[in-house]
Design a binder for this molecule. Structure first.
Ligand code: TXA
Ligand code: MG
Length: 328
């Protein structure tokens, strides 16, 4: 069996080693403020093919390309004024923008689409690595295809550690949910492809336009953005989403059933009861969601019950992930 991946803490020497590995076409798992990514040189189709292989990801699911500077944006995509407005407002940060691509981006990266998804991440260590490598880096979430996204180096080690050689440890991901994806190929008709920490309202305020939700996303038809399949980010344990738990039902539940409260103060406690944020803070709930889902999934419960988040903003992104976790 392959040895497990080496974990790097991000010393200047580590960054030199990892930048060289990336330039030579190897894979490196990287920390970001959203979730950990599995990175390769985005200009090298052979390197990017390794990402699909390590994740078991179908090649019809395109990759997000991470950049360090606006010069790199212009080198790989054709941004319009609306995209530049969003970039100024939210980059570096948890927003991915889909734009017409330039030829330097291999078809494998865009799954044959004429567009590319681009993000400038905020995580300081990843930014240093991007700068040192001086290449755009393609990086989907560093999890086996369809499983829960990783928010720590140990999550990556647990599920991909024997398939890759390098993991850069940048601590737990501060946001904990994948980036918001907005399709700006047609700047008059922007579409929200995936909700995230940059909210619909944030984007609409900057653009002065309403965001559409594509039908393909509502009906789970993998046409524009194949990765947005309904069942995704999923635990293996059968999971059910509830609008609101009845405390009486939770109290008399079998200990073989797990109950995950998202952000409800003063709920019950017990061995099979979990609270993402008992103070009711959605930021804390988002940050812990995938870690708790992984732990509960590994604990051997018969079923996982999930409770919807309420409110606007981050609640939409959390509920999107809960719906996917519970989708059959
Ligand atoms: O926060 C994030 O976005 C993380 C970190 C690592 O940056 N990345 C991430 O990547 O979540 P991934 O591959 O798990 O999700 C990328 C999504 C997929 O659903 C894919 O279908 C969509 O982006 N996508 C990529 N390129 C696209 C394109 N050209 N048009 C539409 N959707 C695209
Ligand atoms: Mg993913």
């Amino acid at each position: 069996m392959r040895p497990s991946a080496k974990v790097y803490q991000g010393t200047p020497r580590d960054l030199t080693v990892l930048a060289n590995a990336l330039r030579q076409g190897e894979l490196v798992a990287v920390p970001t403020e959203t979730v950990y990514g599995l990175a390769a040189n985005a200009l090298d189709a052979r390197a990017c093919r390794k990402i699909f292989r390590a994740k078991g990801r179908p090649t019809n699911d395109p990759l997000i390309v991470h950049i360090h500077s606006l010069a790199q944006l212009h080198a790989i995509a054709i941004p319009n004024p609306a995209a530049l407005k969003l970039a100024r407002a939210f980059w570096p940060g948890a927003l991915t923008i889909v734009l017409p691509k330039r030829d330097v981006i291999p078809d494998l990266v865009s799954s044959g689409l004429p567009s590319v998804a681009v993000r400038m991440p905020r995580h300081a260590l990843f930014r240093r690595l991007l700068k040192k490598t001086a290449l755009p880096l393609a990086a989907p979430s560093a999890n086996p295809f369809g499983y829960i996204s990783p928010t720590s180096a140990s999550h990556v080690q647990a599920s991909l550690g024997r398939k890759i050689a390098h993991i850069l440890d940048g601590g737990p991901s501060r946001i904990g949910l994948e980036s918001t994806i907005v399709d700006l190929r047609d700047p008059q008709h922007p579409q929200l492809l995936r909700p995230g920490a940059v909210t619909r309202a944030d984007i609409e305020r900057v653009l002065g336009l309403r965001l559409k939700t594509p039908r393909q996303q509502r009906e789970n038809r993998p046409a524009i953005s194949p990765g947005l399949l309904k069942r995704h980010y999923s635990p293996r344990t059968p999971s059910i989403l509830h609008a609101r738990f009845s405390n009486a039902a939770v109290a008399r539940s079998s200990l073989r059933e797990a109950w995950i409260y998202v952000a409800r103060p003063a709920a019950l406690s017990g061995k099979n009861i979990f609270h993402l944020d008992p103070r009711g803070d959605l930021n804390g709930a988002a940050r812990r969601l995938f870690d708790v889902l992984r732990k509960v999934d590994a604990a051997g419960f018969d079923r996982i019950h999930l409770e919807r988040a309420t409110g606007g903003g981050l609640a939409d992104a959390i509920n999107d992930r809960l719906e996917r976790a519970a989708a059959r």
